[in-house]
Design a binder for this molecule. Structure first.
Ligand SMILES: Nc1ncnc2c1ncn2[C@@H]1O[C@H](COP(=O)(O)OP(=O)(O)O)[C@@H](O)[C@H]1O
Ligand SMILES: CC(=O)N[C@@H](CCC(=O)OP(=O)(O)O)C(=O)O
Length: 301
């Protein structure tokens, strides 16, 4: 066989593998038909334009096969950059940005503007129809001040998810910036994980995927735990194994499960096709958190 024939044979093998993968996805496609999947895209998980394109393609594919994707995004690093440019200093307390009046204006500008529209455009570029909103639109997320020391940081207290269902019914993909309205006309800055959890809870979503920059929740041996329940999360947190930025994520997961979300997955958003791997393959990705002991994932959810 000459070099040309060997190349052809390799290509054939690739196509056969692709067809096999598609065929093996059937039970997963059937399982997620009509399912609501909330995806939180963290600022650290938003990489290059190419990575954003890949993410957008996966979201459009999900919708094409009958899933209702809902995107909630963060953008902490992008807010930091803009605050730096404007010479506004910023500090965090327990993972939340201390947000004064000037800061909340920058937060809204960056999240609802730059970050939100970048994701919307990427999805539309892949043939989807995305609509960018924030938690302020149609009273989606009414907030109260979390605590006076944090300034304009909000905790969601009243959710009205009708706007998301209405957009989904029209095959539009909601892309949501984590800002909320206060009852006295204030604008509140909401942690992206908290917002995603509240929205997934209000929708009683089938899955909440929290895309971050680590491959999942690590146990005391440093290995990623592929499945865990609320009790294990509480234990690992008390032992200090779950720490730092992982605390708001696992707390969000516990709250979301209590609100009726069926399962939460914490996974590395920078890994290629992370969402597809999680939803449509036997392999799964990251850490699956739910309260009935898992057997075979994900069919048993
Ligand atoms: N048990 C744990 N397993 C995995 N990551 C952990 C754990 N405990 C703390 N972390 C930290 O949490 C970080 C993820 O949180 P964060 O950086 O705030 O994510 P994002 O910016 O995507 O919201 C990881 O980079 C890691 O350093
Ligand atoms: C209250 C609070 O801290 N809000 C966050 C909102 C953005 C966010 O959560 O972004 P990531 O998901 O990229 O971290 C902030 O101001 O940074």
């Amino acid at each position: 066989m000459d070099a040309m024939d060997m190349k052809k044979q390799d290509m054939n093998r690739d196509w056969i593998a692709t067809a096999r993968t598609l065929s093996q996805a059937l039970p997963f496609l059937q399982r997620y038909e009509g399912a609501t999947v909330v995806i939180k895209l963290g600022g650290h998980a938003m990489g290059s334009d190419e990575a954003m394109e890949d993410f957008a393609r996966d979201v459009v594919l999900m919708q094409q096969v009958g899933v209702k994707p809902v995107i909630v995004h963060g953008g902490g690093p992008m807010i930091n950059q803009m605050l730096d440019k404007l010479g506004i200093e910023s500090t965090f307390v327990n993972g939340k940005r201390v947000t004064d009046k000037a800061t909340v204006e920058v937060v809204e500008m960056v999240l609802s503007g730059l970050v939100n529209k970048r994701i919307v455009q990427a999805i539309n570029g892949q043939g989807g129809r995305a609509v960018g909103i924030s938690g302020k639109d149609a009273n989606l997320m009414i907030c109260e001040q979390t605590n006076a020391d944090l300034g304009f940081v909000g905790t969601p207290v009243e959710m009205d998810p009708r706007i998301i269902r209405e957009l989904g019914d029209e095959n539009l993909i909601p892309v949501i910036a984590p800002l909320g309205a206060g009852k006295n006309g204030e604008t509140f800055n909401v942690n992206g994980d908290t917002a995603a959890g509240a929205i997934a809870g209000a929708l009683k979503a089938d899955r909440l995927l929290l895309l971050t920059d680590v491959s999942g929740v690590k146990g005391s041996d440093g290995e990623v735990l592929t499945a865990l329940n609320s009790e294990q999360i509480i234990e690992l947190t008390n032992e200090g194994v779950i720490a730092g930025g992982m605390i708001p994520k696992t707390q969000t997961a516990l709250d979301a499960l209590q609100e009726g979300v069926r399962a939460v997955v914490i996974l590395d958003g920078r890994a290629p096709n992370a969402c597809l791997l999680e939803l449509f393959t036997e392999h799964g990705a990251g850490s699956l958190i739910r309260d009935t002991p898992p057997t075979v994932r994900p069919q048993s959810a």
